[in-house]
Design a binder for this molecule. Structure first.
Ligand SMILES: Cc1cc2nc3c(=O)[nH]c(=O)nc-3n(C[C@H](O)[C@H](O)[C@H](O)COP(=O)(O)OP(=O)(O)OC[C@H]3O[C@@H](n4cnc5c(N)ncnc54)[C@H](O)[C@@H]3O)c2cc1C
Length: 597
């Protein structure tokens, strides 16, 4: 049977020691986030993940969701009870302002515990996950009345949320969307159209479902300039907050899919459904972007989550499966063979995944902290810098952690040999579940284009310069520190590659945009390699400072340094390869005629 244990020691090291959350006590909500409080919350989250959510992961995959003839949808056994337990623990509203029933704690903490929940059961966690995204959009763009009507129930979890962008003929290019909104003269609209692939679109776990739907108001301009965002509740909400008639928002079918079987992915039909505009007319995409940006961090988190669970299972298997002898002599002479963890190639896989997961966790929490600072800091300059870095980091986090999350789920599966391909060990589920994270919330190719085409040049390159400065300053500050040399030298080299590739784009992509498109995925990964390297250098610095100071985590800290060295020696050199590929430009990519493929 698969196993999962929340990596609390690592999370606490990153939050308290590396990022020093305590230093941010001046920000609203952070005063309560003392190390003791953080430890208590992280510990409680670990319990919920391990004991309530994880036991339903495999059964949820096997059972899946189904649609009854009346359009209602069933979720796997135990999901409703586990969902209720999650809601009662107040986890949905951990970082939501207190006035709407949340706890107002840092989003960083929300991200930290979110990893555990998603590792334990990604399909189940998508139900409250979508709600959290919808809450974020209503918080930013909703009217006071909409906030008062919807948020408390959604924070409580008695109502859930969804996001409806995709239509059969459009996913990436939302300018093509056809769903129509007709004004009714009373402030409401009639929404008609079909949305597909809608996660958590229909289920019976909550009393109401608040669909956020993109549609075009009659007569609005074509393309993305004519798209508006609407709240379309499953049940119309009366002025006193009571639930009224069933709205024309129904599930037409459940998608049969490769993974995340426990989540109901629905075709949603809107037949003259009553909807309410949220935000300004024709500004729906920017309103939805609030939700999408939050969701992109959430999907990056999913990539990490699955890689972590897959890794833990691979480690357990590698310690227990005996096969062959160690190249340097028997390690378990009392047995007929050694456990496969003695083999360098198995260790290469495990170290690769471990080094990405730990740096990925630090990157996720670093990014989440930028989000907190960008929203909560009283200092405008600090807010702007954090917002710049958050915007830059979001596509990298989404694209890199999910590409690697899938690769590493496969790598962990490989450790099992043929047993990884058999459903019994659960590895097949991790591979199948991880696959979607590369596709939804903007396929990873689109994340790469967002980074190269939008984020690099934004505000005259302010964000990218700030990031280069932050990493460059770190290397400079630690230049004289001999013990840090293995980390800072490799990081500086990676940074040089990244800066050279950035410069190459500046000089070669303006006049020839295909050069940007052809190099964008390499660039996203190059940026990811350097950013994760920066996380490793910071973790190594902290580990060195703590070691020898009587810190009881001595073994853990030493292991951190070994893993940091592995990353710098074995992973970081890939930056040179990525740079060479980028600089090769687009000619050979674009030359063949479409018929030649
Ligand atoms: C299980 C599941 C759950 C989902 N949940 C939701 C949900 O809750 N709500 C929702 O609205 N949607 C949801 N989606 C939809 C998902 O977000 C889309 O599938 C995704 O955005 C891609 O759109 P598409 O499938 O139409 O692919 P397309 O847009 O047709 O893209 C096909 C390929 O072409 C590439 N491509 C497209 N345009 C460009 C370009 N300009 N430059 C370079 N490459 C390009 C893409 O990267 C992709 O690889 C879900 C999908 C699945 C499978």
């Amino acid at each position: 049977m698969p196993i999962y244990k929340a990596p609390t020691t690592d999370t606490l090291f990153i939050l308290n020691d590396v990022l020093g959350l305590e230093r941010y006590g001046n920000l609203p909500g952070f005063a309560d986030a003392s190390p003791d409080m953080i430890e208590a919350i992280v510990g409680e989250a670990a319990k919920v993940a391990e004991e309530a959510l994880f036991p339903l992961n495999l059964s949820g995959d096997q059972e899946g969701c189904s649609r009854r003839d009346d359009g209602s949808v069933t979720v796997p056994k135990g999901f409703k009870e586990a969902y209720d337990q999650y809601c009662q623990g107040g986890w949905i509203g951990l970082a939501v302002p207190e006035e709407f029933g949340g706890q107002g704690l840092p989003y960083t903490l929300h991200a930290a515990v979110g990893e555990y929940m998603s590792s334990a059961n990604m399909s189940l966690m998508m139900y409250p996950g979508l709600t959290q995204g919808a809450i974020a959009a209503i918080l930013v763009h909703g009217s006071d009345e909409q906030k008062a009507t919807y948020l408390p129930k959604m924070v409580e979890g008695t109502w859930s949320g969804t996001m409806n962008l995709t239509e059969p003929h459009c996913g990436t290019d939302l300018g093509l969307l056809r769903t129509k909104a007709v004004p009714q003269g009373d402030g409401s609209y009639r929404i008609s159209g079909q949305k597909i692939f809608i996660s958590a679109g229909e289920h019976g776990m909550t009393d109401n479902i608040i669909h956020l739907v993109l549609a075009r108001i009659e007569g609005a301009p074509e393309g993305t300039k004519g798209i508006s965002l609407f709240i379309v509740p499953k049940f119309i909400v009366g002025e006193d907050g009571s639930l009224g008639e069933r709205n024309g928002a129904t599930c037409g079918a459940i998608e049969e899919k490769m993974g995340i079987h426990g989540n109901s992915t629905c075709v949603m039909n809107y037949d003259d459904a009553t909807g309410y505009l949220i935000g300004a007319e024709n500004k729906g995409l920017s309103a939805m972007f609030v939700m999408m940006n939050e969701a992109r961090l959430g999907v990056g988190l999913q990539g990490l989550s699955i890689a972590e669970t897959a890794y833990q299972n691979a480690v357990a298997y590698a310690n227990e499966r005996i096969q062959g002898r160690s190249l340097s002599g028997a390690k378990a002479p009392d047995k007929k063979a050694d456990p496969i963890i003695v083999h360098p190639d198995i260790r290469r896989s495990l170290m690769t995944i471990k080094s990405f997961n730990e740096a990925g966790r630090a990157f996720l929490l670093w990014t989440a902290l930028k989000s907190d600072i960008s929203h909560r800091s009283p200092d405008e300059k600090e807010r702007q810098n954090a917002d710049d870095l958050l915007g830059l980091a979001t596509p990298i986090l989404k694209g890199v952690l999910t590409d690697k999350g899938f690769d590493h789920a496969v790598m962990a599966q490989q450790v099992f040999g043929g047993h990884g391909y058999i459903e019994e060990h659960g590895m097949s589920q991790y591979v199948r579940d991880a696959r979607i994270t590369m596709i939804y919330e903007g396929a990873n190719g689109i994340q790469a284009l967002d980074l190269v085409g939008r984020k690099l040049a934004l505000n005259g390159g302010r964000a990218v310069m700030a990031m280069f400065k932050e990493i460059g300053d770190f290397c400079e500050e630690n230049r004289a520190d001999e013990a840090m040399a293995p980390f800072t030298k490799a990081l500086k080299k990676g940074l040089n590659d990244l800066q050279a590739a950035t410069m190459w784009f500046m000089q070669n992509a303006m006049a020839k945009p295909d050069n940007a498109g052809a190099g964008s995925t390499d660039y996203m990964h190059l940026f990811g390699l350097v950013t994760l390297g920066y996380m490793w250098a910071r973790m190594a610095k902290t580990a060195q400072e703590k070691l020898g100071s009587g810190d009881p985590r001595e073994e853990y800290l030493k292991n951190k340094l070994v893993t940091a060295r592995f990353y710098m020696e074995k992973i970081m050199p890939e930056t040179a390869l990525r740079k060479v590929r980028i600089e090769a430009g687009s000619d050979s990519v674009m030359e063949l005629a479409a018929e030649a493929f």
